[in-house]
Design a protein around this ligand. Sequence first.
Ligand code: ADP
Ligand code: MG
Length: 726
Amino acid sequence: MSKMRFFALQELANRRPIDVEAPSNKLSDYYGIHVFNRQKMQEYLPKEALRAIDDAIETGTPIDRGMADLIANGMKSWAKTLNVTHYTHWFQPLTDSTAEKHDGFIELADNGREAIERFSGKLLIQQEPDASSFPNGGIRNTFEARGYTAWDVSSPAFVVDATLCIPTIFISYTGEALDYKTPLLKALAAVDKAATEVCQLFDKNITRVYANLGWEQEYFLVDGALFNARPDLCLTGRTLMGHSSAKDQQLDDHYFGSIPPRVTAFMKELDLECHKLGIPVKTRHNEVAPNQFELAPIFEDVNLANDHNQLVMDLMKRIAQKHHFHVLLHEKPFKGVNGSGKHNNWSLCTNTGINLFAPGKTPKGNMLFITFIVNVLMMVYKNQDLLRASIVSAGNSHRLGANEAPPAILSIFLGRHLSHMLDVLGAEDSANEEKKALKLGIGRIPEILLDNTDRNRTSPFAFTGNRFEFRAVGSSANCAGAMIAINAAMAHQLNAFKAQVDALIANGTGRDEAIFQVLKELINASKNIRFEGDGYSEEWKQEAARRGLTNINHVPEALMKYNDPQSREVLLGEGIFNENELNSRIEVELEKFTKKIQIESRVLGDLAINHIVPTAVTYQNRLLENLRGLKEIFTPEEYEVMSADRKDLVKEISRRVTAIKVLVKEMTEARKTANHLGTQEEKAFSYDQHVSPYLEKIRDHIDHLEMEVDDEIWPLPKYRELLFAK
Ligand code: ADP
Ligand code: MG
């Protein structure tokens, strides 16, 4: 193993950037060439098929078999122009990545001898992959392994690696969701309906509300050879040991520095492939930590944006390999160095082109804006636990509420002016005054916001001018987790708002007045969720506790909040999940957590005992040899003086080696105990409380040994090598 480290370093010296050519220097020449978009549909589909797709997207009208055959045929003809040989239903099981099962277009003709190319409507619309190897949290009983994938018409088919990929949902034989997409589509439909009803209080022309998502993907790149020499990175996605590098991000020089040439080549190819797939990636830059980068597209409809994020994570992995890199999507690959998140920029937009989180041009428009902002405040305030549950994971727990910022407390940053304005509105007490404030105060919003330049980088849920930015999402996560929670909770909040307003109106209150009264109530009720200060500070933790905001640092505990009355009211009440699906979701998440800690614990135990301890003992033997030599040659008095430090080091190494062995043994016992517990909940809590703490304790000894043992025999690439190799 130690040889691998040095081979890897040698290989590194010979790396050169790989040339990447764009097919044309005009982006529009190749943008979207790998996606069956509108333009291709027009070219390859008859008019009635196109109309059927539009109806399916707009009103959910099912596509009949005959029509599906037409569409499948058109898709196949288009795919053939790209030399496509296979097709797959592409779906998002509850794992960390997407799944696909490739089938050839080939089928035997009726005579059983000739091969013919076939892709029928039946194959386009629905398939039956074996669901038994995907997490299902108890939904699927052992004798019924079937699951169905069904075409999601709203997300266009695309071609990757000579394979036609059809975005699909994935459900069990009994019709229950086994994936992220199914509940996401339901949450988006729920928010559309609820938001539209609220909008109609203001403007009858508004008949649809779309949720938008703009994600910002952070990631690390490490050299492929170094990566392969680190079993912990290979098996867990993060380093389970490694002393911090003398230099890491102190100077902030990475953020402002130029992008290294090998990385530029990788980014260029990634951009190209994204653009061919119609993924509107726009910005790419260095991030805070060394070898950390970010990629962000222009925002899109949530469902499409999320498919694109899943696809991009997949593309990154493949393209990185070509450039002899490995991409790390883990939230915390390196201890003591900035972790990776995936900010989710979220907004709601009407069919009439109004962004509901952007101030309007008229007082009426601004009242609409205030209505939505205030409902977001209340939504987050009431659903802190649900939102947190939607983003926690073993990996993300190293970012949130761990040794470093940000904390696991939900709060909203609005900016000084908007916050002040809400304070004023909330404080008005006479109805007439309220109306005045409405006309005067609300009418002034645009100018106020324009020069409102203060931005707060420490807020987990920040208003950034025309959208909210949910920053607690982990870099490896499927954004759907967060988007399901946010949009479902928003739907629920808007429904409650509408019901309150309607009740006042039914009692004879005027409409504007009713809206105003409810808003005022919500502004005051949700006040505690607003925080403009430093979200990373110790004072905020104390202040948040005084305000009664929750702060849950442990993953299993946070996950169990999916089952809280409030979360259930949202998720079951809005029809996002049924009881069975919700329970299964919690089971799957708990099990994922347990498995991740279990794997980390095994890998660490193995590395500690089979790599680190032998290396430390080898070095100790060398010291002992040295001591014996000194003793032979020098007088006892001289020897005493000369040997003191080495004797200490021998003792120190012994102490650490013994400690490691004892701790690994204890950790193994803790695992055994946990494994024997009955439920996923018990297991996850036990892994969290009794196994997880050993990871840090063992690591601490190893990291000290790394500083003591001769660099020449240290088996694993060190932090300085992983982080600074260019
Ligand atoms: P920053 O790093 O300052 O947060 P970026 O430009 O890196 O900004 O990312 C901002 C993201 O927010 C982009 O994906 C962008 O498309 C998205 N975005 C901008 N406006 C909206 C909006 N109204 N709704 C949703 N996302 C938006
Ligand atoms: Mg951002």
